[in-house]
Design a protein around this ligand. Structure first.
Ligand code: ZN
Length: 203
């Protein structure tokens, strides 16, 4: 399986990192070795001095598809959850400056903590899902899918022009503003509404 991550899908987050608002979805991949199961600790890797949390709504692909039309995008996932797109921001900055790919900064082991999933039928409106991240009990990120630049349907249509979506693939749909650094012993918790969906202790 593969993990597809959408970058800069919330305007307020693009602005906080001084990035332009994209005209089409920007995406990158993480390998399956990046997955960190729920409640497992995250060990800060040696090669970075600045790991950022990015809380994101995650879609689990439930049907094989390519060249999917936007209007049918919602037929390709049944479950929605939360994940954290851990990013070695110092390394990413070096990659950006050199015009290099982002994998060293984004695709390392444990860089994709995954929470539990909910049936999408539990949501009355997929375009109005509030989610948040706390660090040691303090709210750091608050997002709502109504603020996404590209909707779930549009993301699925766009990505499937380039690569076949397979059952079990995951799509991280972008992070809202408020990203920041983690330190040893931090507790990160993610919520959809007031439901706790993910928990991760930093070591
Ligand atoms: Zn991200």
């Amino acid at each position: 399986m593969k993990i597809i991550c959408i970058g800069r899908n919330y305007a307020d987050h693009a602005k906080e990192l001084n990035n332009p608002i994209p005209k089409e979805p920007l995406f990158f991949l993480k390998p399956d070795s990046a997955i960190l199961p729920n409640n497992n600790p995250f060990f800060i890797p040696e090669f970075t001095n600045e790991v950022h949390y990015e809380i994101e709504i995650v879609l689990k692909i439930s049907r094989l598809g390519k060249h999917i039309e936007s209007q049918f995008g919602h037929k390709y996932f049944e479950e929605i959850g939360l994940g954290i797109d851990f990013t070695a921001r110092d390394i990413q900055q070096q990659c950006k400056e050199k015009g290099h790919p982002w994998e060293k900064a984004k695709a390392f082991d444990g860089s994709a903590p995954l929470g539990r999933f909910m049936d999408k039928k539990e949501f009355t409106n997929l375009s109005n899902i509030a989610f948040s991240l706390t660090q040691n009990g303090v709210v750091k990120q608050m997002g709502n899918t109504k603020d996404m630049i590209f909707s779930f349907d549009e993301i699925i249509a766009y990505v499937s022009q380039f690569m076949t979506l397979k059952i079990g693939d995951l799509i991280f749909t972008g992070t809202p503003a408020g990203v920041g650094s983690i330190s040893e012993d931090d507790l990160l918790e993610g919520f959809i509404g007031d439901k706790k969906m993910i928990s991760c202790r930093v070591k």
